[in-house]
Write a protein that binds this ligand. Structure first.
Ligand code: B12
Length: 296
C-alpha cells in the first residue's frame, strides 16, 4: 500500500466505511483531498490522520484482509520485526500507517514499536539465532521505512515549509549506529527544520565545522556504542563550544551518551518523544499550519 497518497478505496478500507461515504466526506470538505488529471480523488495520509483525530474517529475492529493487523504493545513489535526480517518495506510502512491512524504519534511509534523491534533483532543476533546477513536485512529495511515515514509525522494541510532553521543530525566518530539520528532527522523535517544529515561516524572537527557553517539552530548527536568514551566526551565538548560562540542548541541521545559527562549546554534526551518536545522550543518559531488545530 503506498502510504503518503491514498485512493478513495484505500481510505475506505482504512476507515472501514464505503467508498461513497469517503467521497461524501471529501466533497463536504471534511477530509482534504486533491484530484488527479483524470479526476480521481487522492488523499494525503496526514490529512486523513487529521480527520481521524478531529472527528475522534475510531479506527478499530478487524481490518481488511489485505492490510496488516495492528495491535499495540508486544504483538505490534513482533509483527513489525517479522515483516522487517522478510525485508518487506511496503508492509512495514503500511503497518506503521495503520498504527498511526489508531492514535499514537510517529515519535511514540519509533520509541515503542520500531526501537523495541530493533532491540529484539539485536538480541536474536547476539544469541546466534539469526545471522549477520539476516540482521542487516532487517535493520536496513527499517532504515528504508524511517526514510518513508515522514508524512506520518507531518501536520495536515499545506506541505511542510522548512522555515525553522537548520538541524544537523549525526552519530559520533567511530559509531556506525545512526538509526536514532535517522529517526530524529525524519521527525525534525516533519516539523519544518531543514535537516543536514551526515549520520554515521561523523568526525568531531567536521561536525563542528558543519554546525558553524550551516548556523545550525539544533544539533542532534547520537552514540550507541562508543569506541572511546573520552573521545566522545571531547566531541560533545567541541560541539558545545560552537554553541557557546555561535548560538544554537545541542541535544544528545543513545545508550553510549549515558556514559559521557556532558557540558551544561548539552541536553541528554531519553527518547524520540523527548526530542520532539525539546525541538518545539528550538529554531525559529513554527508558522501555524492553516487548518491545524490538533497535534498530529
Ligand atoms: C542495527 C544495529 C547495527 C547496525 C547499525 C546500522 C545503522 N545504520 O545504524 C550495524 C550492523 C552497522 C551494527 C554494527 C555493530 N553493532 Co550493532 N546493533 C544494531 C541493533 C540491532 C539496533 C540498534 C539501533 O539502531 N536501534 C534503534 C535505536 C533508535 O534504538 P535504541 O538504541 O534502543 O535507542 C533508544 C534510546 O536510546 C533513544 N535514542 C537512541 N539514539 C538516540 C539519538 C537521539 C538523538 C535521541 C534523541 C534518542 C536516541 O531513543 C531510542 C528509543 O526510541 C542493536 C541491538 C540493540 N539492542 O540495540 C545492535 C547493537 C547496538 N550492536 C552491537 C554491536 C556489538 C555492534 C558491533 C560492534 C558488531 C561488530 N562486532 O561489528 C558493530 C559496531 C561497529 C561500530 N563501530 O559502530 C551491540 C552493542 C553491545 C554494546 N553495548 O556494546 C548491540 C546491542 C547488539 C547486541 N545485542 O549485542 N549494529
Amino acid at each position: 500500500m503506498p502510504t503518503d497518497v491514498l485512493s478513495t478505496r484505500q481510505v475506505a478500507q482504512l476507515l472501514g466505511v464505503g467508498e461513497a461515504t469517503v467521497k461524501r466526506w471529501a466533497d463536504a470538505g471534511e477530509i482534504d483531498c486533491f484530484r488527479t488529471p483524470g479526476g480521481h480523488r487522492k488523499f494525503r495520509l496526514r490529512d486523513l490522520t487529521f480527520f481521524v483525530h478531529k472527528r475522534h474517529y475510531q479506527v478499530a475492529g478487524p481490518l481488511p484482509a489485505d492490510l496488516p493487523e495492528a495491535a499495540q504493545g508486544p504483538a505490534a513489535v513482533a509483527q513489525l520485526e517479522r515483516i522487517a526480517m522478510a525485508g518487506d518495506i511496503d508492509s512495514c510502512v503500511a503497518l506503521l500507517a495503520v498504527m498511526r491512524l489508531r492514535g499514537p504519534t510517529l515519535d511514540e511509534l519509533f520509541d515503542t514499536v520500531v526501537s523495541p523491534a530493533l532491540f529484539s533483532i539485536g538480541s536474536r543476533w547476539e544469541k546466534g539465532e539469526i545471522s549477520i546477513a539476516e540482521e542487516h536485512v532487517a535493520s536496513q529495511t527499517l532504515i528504508d521505512v524511517i526514510a518513508r515515514a515522514q508524512p506520518l509525522a507531518e501536520p495536515p494541510g499545506e506541505p511542510v515549509r522548512p522555515d525553522r532553521g537548520v538541524a544537523v543530525v549525526a552519530a559520533v566518530a567511530g559509531d556506525q549506529h545512526d538509526i536514532g539520528a535517522r529517526m530524529a532527522g525524519c521527525l525534525l523535517r516533519a516539523r519544518g527544520f531543514e535537516v543536514l544529515a551526515p549520520l554515521a561516524q561523523t568526525p568531531a572537527r567536521d561536525l563542528a565545522d558543519l554546525m558553524q557553517r550551516s548556523r545550525a539552530a539544533l544539533t542532534v548527536i547520537t552514540c550507541t556504542v562508543p569506541v572511546d568514551v573520552a573521545a566522545v566526551a571531547e566531541q560533545v565538548e567541541l560541539c558545545a563550544s560552537v554553541v557557546r560562540h555561535s548560538g544554537g542548541r545541542v541535544v544528545v541521545g543513545g545508550a553510549g551518551m549515558r556514559m559521557v559527562k556532558l557540558p551544561p549546554e548539552v541536553k541528554l534526551v531519553a527518547n524520540m518523544r523527548e526530542l520532539v518536545a525539546e525541538s518545539e522550543t528550538a529554531g525559529r518559531k513554527r508558522s501555524a499550519p492553516r487548518s491545524a488545530t490538533a497535534r498530529v
